[in-house]
Design a protein around this ligand. Sequence first.
Ligand SMILES: C[S@@+](CC[C@H](N)C(=O)[O-])C[C@H]1O[C@@H](n2cnc3c(N)ncnc32)[C@H](O)[C@@H]1O
Length: 217
Amino acid sequence: MIVSSRSEQEYRAFFALGDDDLAGRVLDCSAGASGFTAAVGAAGGDVTAVDPVYADPQALRDTVERSAAAGAALVDAHDDRFTWSWYGSPQRHRALRDAALATFLEDLAARPERYVVGSLPDLPFPDGAFDLALCSHLLFTWADVLDAPWHHAALTELLRVAHEVRVFPLVQRGAGEPVGFLPALLDTLRDEGRCVQVVPVPYEFQVGADRMLVVRR
Ligand SMILES: C[S@@+](CC[C@H](N)C(=O)[O-])C[C@H]1O[C@@H](n2cnc3c(N)ncnc32)[C@H](O)[C@@H]1O
């Protein structure tokens, strides 16, 4: 799987985050090499990142650099399915990723306690440890390899550790095909008594992928 390094600015747009959203205990799940945790932590936020890749920090820079090339190839292969309206240009897209990677690597070295090894659907946190959990580019993005039962288990686990969960995007990687099981999955969560909303966000890269999922306990 690709390990990418999206920036705090991208996360704020993916999840329509304001400062109030970041005032509580925040989890970035499947955080990879994102610079979000470092930036929010530097501003005084209470933020934790979790990802299986933190088990081998030495390999991370190479993995992320290889992933950036793979990600760029995916965009090139589907260039009619991407819009540069938010980024402005491929150069700004790349600059944000490079800066976020540098921020992440520096923080990982300085504050390793913020970066926890763990995998959905079994996270190493107690019930209700976080007010807000964010999940960028794992659920739904990888729906070709992670099936509907896995997604249900993953969301249930995120709702065990956090009061509110936000997920972006809601389409598959590359061409941004819809996720066939998404409507039934949202119905199941509603049937289980969860508060489920699909909310517009101020970001679009894959054409039409401009909404996040918000689920509350
Ligand atoms: C495409 S990257 C996204 C990284 C970061 N969230 C971002 O948007 O830049 C997907 C991440 O999901 C992580 N991942 C893969 N399987 C996972 C699992 N079962 N639980 C949590 N994270 C997982 C990968 O290690 C990788 O870092």
